[in-house]
Design a protein around this ligand. Sequence first.
Ligand SMILES: [Zn+2]
Length: 99
Amino acid sequence: MINRKFFLGFIRIHILYHANQEEIYGVQMIQELKRHGYEVSPGTMYPILHSLESEGFLKSRRENVSGKIRKYYKITSKGEKILQESRQKINELIKEVID
Ligand SMILES: [Zn+2]
């Protein structure tokens, strides 16, 4: 996807938003983003989740789900902080671009 880089920030914020609501996992987020019009392959999603974790915005735990290990992610306090900052910036962007 040629626009992937451009929309990467939106996707990252979207993931943080949901990880703030509940525990999330990769396939679930791929479906959620599809619902919002983003086609994100597993080869794109998993590196995004991994980098959000290594940057300290998400933390994960592993659970055995019918014989398969699934990694669940939730937001960290650092992630909550950046999400709050993002909200302000999105608001500002909407005012400029949409209104
Ligand atoms: Zn959503």
